[in-house]
Design a protein around this ligand. Structure first.
Ligand code: HXC
Length: 291
């Protein structure tokens, strides 16, 4: 059974949230919790059908939601998603930067383009969406009271607190995101009344990320890792957006059951190294066959 929300049902009444990576996984769960607490939500993702269907399913719960197809690597898609949000719901209060790309690759197998791809989705995408949303998130922005500012939540990770096998690219991107969280909190918090915070999820059940955390190829999870629920991340996001979080700015909170403190290495070495190489060979062969 899904854990009960600890928040009053109307804390986001009248607010509008835009979530990248909102069509599935953690992003969709956050959107669901936001919607259940009164917000109208816009789900952005690369696949139109996925975001449209997710929005429709929220609609069956009585949540006002729309899907917008777009790739955070493209500035025009980011601007378009923000514009569609404001056209549909009249304002923008909360931006959740959740879009991310990930795969396992030993550093010596990682091409510069593979590194660039993940940096562009995770790090540059977080910046571009924030840039696109700034005008509306500012205090006194369209639909807001003069002192009413917005909130940005960046979805980070704990991989880069020490280091993680085969995650050089994602670790670099998430470190950049944490740095941006602080810089934007400083500048936009001070100048525009926008609070910018981050959440660093640990391994979460039923997400694509966690499938990559298995140690054994039979799918069993290493015994030292505690898995979280998507709702653990969603309730943290709600807290950041609520009045209870009004003094929090520039913080990135690990929500990971304490996994990172143990410096657990998620992946075994040789087995996963072989697996990820074989996986990439098969993926490239399939791509070549289909083109
Ligand atoms: C090695 C790979 C690879 C793989 C892609 N590349 N997949 N290299 N192993 N498995 C390389 C390609 O060879 C290419 O480099 C470059 O990356 C770009 O690949 P494309 O396929 O052209 O990119 P694109 O179609 O844009 O796909 C983006 C993607 C993809 C990130 C590569 O994997 C993706 O979108 N994945 C789904 C999203 C996802 O996994 N989300 C979960 C996020 S969870 P070359 O040099 O050949 O051109 C998360 C949590 C983090 O982030 C914490 C987890 C513990």
């Amino acid at each position: 059974m899904e854990p009960k929300s600890v928040f009053l049902p109307d804390i986001l009444e009248g607010k509008v949230a835009l979530l990248t990576g909102g069509g599935s996984g953690i992003g969709l769960c956050i959107a669901t919790y936001f919607g259940r607490h009164g917000a109208k939500v816009v789900l952005m993702g690369r696949r139109k059908q996925v975001v449209d269907e997710a929005a429709k399913s929220l609609g069956t719960e009585g949540i006002q939601a729309i899907g917008v197809a777009g790739d955070v690597r493209k500035k025009e898609d980011c601007m378009n998603a923000v514009q569609k949000t404001v056209d549909e719901f009249g304002r923008l209060d909360i931006l959740v930067n959740g879009a991310a790309g990930n795969f396992l690759s030993a550093a010596e197998d990682l091409s510069p383009n593979a590194f660039k791809t993940v940096m562009e989705i995770d790090a540059l995408g977080t910046y571009t969406m924030s840039y696109a949303a700034l005008h509306y998130l500012k205090k006194g922005g369209q639909g807001k009271q003069p002192q009413e500012g917005g909130v940005i939540i960046n979805i980070s990770a704990t991989l880069h607190y020490s280091a993680q096998w085969y995650q050089l690219h994602v670790s670099a991107a998430k470190a950049a995101i944490d740095s941006m969280t602080r810089s934007l909190a400083l500048e936009w918090g001070t100048d525009f009344g926008i609070r910018v915070n981050g959440i660093a999820p640990g391994p979460i059940k039923d997400t694509p990320g966690v499938e990559k955390l298995v140690v054994n190829m039979d799918g069993t999870v290493t015994r030292d890792i505690f898995l979280g629920d998507k709702s653990d991340i969603a309730q943290t996001a709600l807290f950041f957006c609520s009045e209870g979080g009004k003094y929090i700015n520039g913080a990135t909170l690990p929500v990971d059951g304490g996994n990172w403190i143990k410096s657990t290495r998620y992946y075994s070495t040789e087995a996963v190294r072989t697996f990820s190489r074989e996986y990439e060979k098969r993926r490239k062969a399939a791509l070549a066959a289909s083109s």
